[in-house]
Design a protein around this ligand. Structure first.
Ligand code: DOR
Ligand code: ZN
Length: 435
């Protein structure tokens, strides 16, 4: 099958350039990038991308697909439909399912279900510890062999430092990173939102920024000692960024991501939305100073990638008092709109920067050589975005089963019009293509 994407502004995360180019695709691969106009070819399907931006397919390094075991919250079919609509051609599926993805069998299950029901590429992440209990290492080698691209106990922190040291040491043998959810539980102390002015005013128990920073510091030291690759996920505080800068200046094997939601809101939203549990997330929304530091870190290139932490929950998990609600926000279908509105429009990121943070960065994290960039011979995973389109977030219309978002009703700029996975259009005109 042949496909030509005509007249789009192609953003290259490697050179940092954005150029008007036609992308010629054949049999799932990019064949060449042409200066328009490309000669007519009656055998090819044509997508007119005039006025739109063409990016290497977006890759989400942090998605909760909830299958197996919590299909009432999400499954691989609904989660990958949400991914496709959000412009993601690949997602890394987190291991905190039921059962936990902690051995070869579950990794193989996820890959099999993804092949049967997934609309985009799914990369399984294996747990670091058996049952994510934080007691004993899982079979990392076995899982790597079966196709796990990284290891993470995300949802939970690894409290035991020696276990984390071992995990970094072992994961290094298989060339895989540890994706680290940093949170010292003794400091979190059953908090439900950021500890600061608003938690005091609202009478909610706070999670101090130090809960994150203490573990960020510990694990950076362990990465330095072991040489194991450490990826710090969903960083939320300015203090964590200082520690990350320290690690990078010393050349330690440490990378990091931030989420679109932490780049968009502060803890004040809990008051503004009147204790709406759609605002309850882990780590929590932090102060204005933290938000500004995160945006600046993205702009200056300190942050390696943007990841959604798409965390769908059932209505019943959220329709309870703030203290009892589950932590999490759905992110796949709002990521591009939030990034364009809050980072591209204000001039913090250009389009090549978006491609660097949402395509190349995650491809590098997982060592995906044929993805993350747009060049001849690479996989034809592509995302096309109308940069000026305005739209209103309507959770009821999400393809995800999760409706838990603080962004409902918000007007965003930047809309995904097409998503192409290995040369096959999965989304066209902003809608799923009948398969
Ligand atoms: O808010 C969150 N929800 N943070 C996490 O780390 C886990 C996630 C979930 O699995 O619901
Ligand atoms: Zn997490």
């Amino acid at each position: 099958m042949k496909l030509i994407i005509k007249g789009g502004l192609v953003a290259d995360p490697v050179t940092g350039k954005t150029e008007l180019l036609d992308v010629v695709v054949e049999d799932g691969r990019v064949v060449r990038l042409d200066k328009p106009p490309t000669g007519a070819d009656r055998t090819a399907m044509v997508i007119d991308a005039t006025g739109q931006v063409v990016l290497p397919g977006l890759i989400d390094a942090h998605t909760h697909l909830r299958e197996p075991g919590q299909e009432h919250k999400e499954d691989i079919a609904s989660g990958t439909a949400a991914a496709a609509l959000g412009g993601f051609t690949t997602v890394a599926a987190m291991a905190n399912t039921d059962p936990v993805i902690d051995s070869r069998t579950e990794v193989e299950f996820v890959l099999k279900r993804a092949a049967e029901t997934g609309l985009v590429n799914v990369l399984p992440v294996g747990a670091v510890t058996k049952g994510q209990k934080g007691e004993e290492l899982a079979e990392l080698g076995d899982m790597a062999e079966a196709g796990a691209v990284a290891f993470s106990d995300d949802g939970q922190a690894i409290a035991n430092a020696e276990l984390m040291r071992c995990a970094l040491e072992y994961a290094k043998m298989f060339g895989r990173p540890i994706i680290d959810h940093c949170q010292d539980e003794s400091l979190t102390n059953e908090g439900v939102m950021h500890q600061g002015y608003w938690s005091t005013i609202l009478g909610l128990r706070g999670i101090p920024a130090a809960a994150e920073e203490v573990q960020v510091a510990r694990d950076i030291i362990l990465a330095g000692r072991t040489g194991g690759r450490l990826h710090l996920t969903h960083l939320s505080s300015a203090g964590s960024l200082d520690l990350l800068r320290w690690a990078k200046e010393r050349g330690l094997p440490v990378t990091a991501d931030v989420t679109p939601h932490h780049l968009s809101l502060t803890d004040e939203v809990v008051r503004r939305l009147d204790y709406d549990t759609g605002t309850k997330v882990n780590p929590p929304f932090r102060s204005q100073r933290d938000l500004e530091a995160l945006r600046q870190a993205v702009g200056e290139g300190l942050i390696d990638l943007i990841a959604t932490d798409h965390a769908p929950h059932h209505f019943d998990d959220k329709d309870v008092e703030y203290n009892y609600a589950s932590f999490g926000i759905v992110g796949l279908e709002t990521a591009v709109g939030l990034v364009v509105t809050n980072l591209v429009e204000p001039g913090i990121l250009d389009w090549a920067g978006v491609a660097r943070l949402m395509s190349l960065g995650p491809a590098r994290l997982f060592g995906l050589k044929a993805k993350g960039r747009l060049e001849a011979g690479g996989d034809a995973d592509l995302t096309i975005i109308d940069p000026k389109a305005e739209w209103t977030v309507d959770p009821a219309g999400f393809a995800s089963k999760g409706r838990n978002t603080p962004f409902g009703g918000m007007v965003l700029r930047g809309r995904v019009t097409a998503t192409i996975v290995r040369g096959r259009p999965v989304v066209l005109d902003g809608k799923l293509v009948e398969q």
